[in-house]
Design a protein around this ligand. Structure first.
Ligand code: XMP
Length: 184
């Protein structure tokens, strides 16, 4: 594994994101909606640095299955959400790859009556976007490699790493025997 972002760099990125979101929210209540499971570490670190009232909720989204690194069919579960009528919503996700997950979530939450829906991603992969949606806040632009750590996993592993690392395609193949996709 090759370290892409150290623990210190990640902490600086979260500080920077929290400062911008706090400034733009101007002390008004913010409904933060984290996307399970990958965003759990980002959300935990981010909300503790936000100024102003925060209402925290989680949704579940998945476009990856088991040992596959290529996106599969997108599944969303929004059943834990409260009424969003009139609320200022900030969706927080770990990584923007094709952008399909965030695009679907933004559309779904707008459909639930939120006054404003903005999106924040810790990471954005270069050259992968397949949607016109541009996240409102981006922590880091990273190369098109499969990354793990700081909440991100491969086949359920490595979410707990305090840094972000690129997974070598050979490591993926030896771990699973699975085909490595073109963007892995
Ligand atoms: P899309 O393509 O919809 O994908 O933007 C977003 C979701 O895909 C997962 N993803 C990754 N997970 N390492 C991971 O652990 C990666 O390099 C990676 N790229 C995409 C992730 O769940 C994200 O929310």
């Amino acid at each position: 594994m090759k370290i892409i972002l150290t623990t210190e760099q990640l902490a600086e990125g979260i500080d920077r994101l929290a400062a911008v979101v706090s400034r733009e929210s101007d002390g008004k209540p913010l409904t933060v909606i984290g996307v399970l499971t990958g965003s759990i570490v980002v959300v935990a670190d981010l909300i503790r640095r936000l100024d102003g009232p925060v209402n925290l909720n989680m949704v579940w989204a998945s476009s990856y299955r088991g040992t596959a690194t290529a996106a599969g069919r997108l599944e969303l579960r929004l059943d834990l959400l409260p009424d969003l009528n009139g609320q200022d919503v900030l969706i927080v996700d770990d990584i923007f790859d094709t952008g399909r997950t965030l695009e679907a979530l933004v559309a779904a939450l707008r459909g639930r009556g939120a006054a404003r829906v903005r999106s924040l991603v810790l990471l954005r992969k270069q050259g992968r976007a397949e949607t016109a949606l541009v996240p409102d806040f981006v922590g880091f632009d990273i190369p098109d490699v499969f990354v793990v750590g700081y909440g991100l996993d491969y086949d359920g592993q490595w979410r707990h790493l305090p840094y972000l690392a690129a997974l070598d395609p050979a490591e993926i193949a030896s771990h699973s025997g699975a085909q490595v996709s073109s963007h892995a």
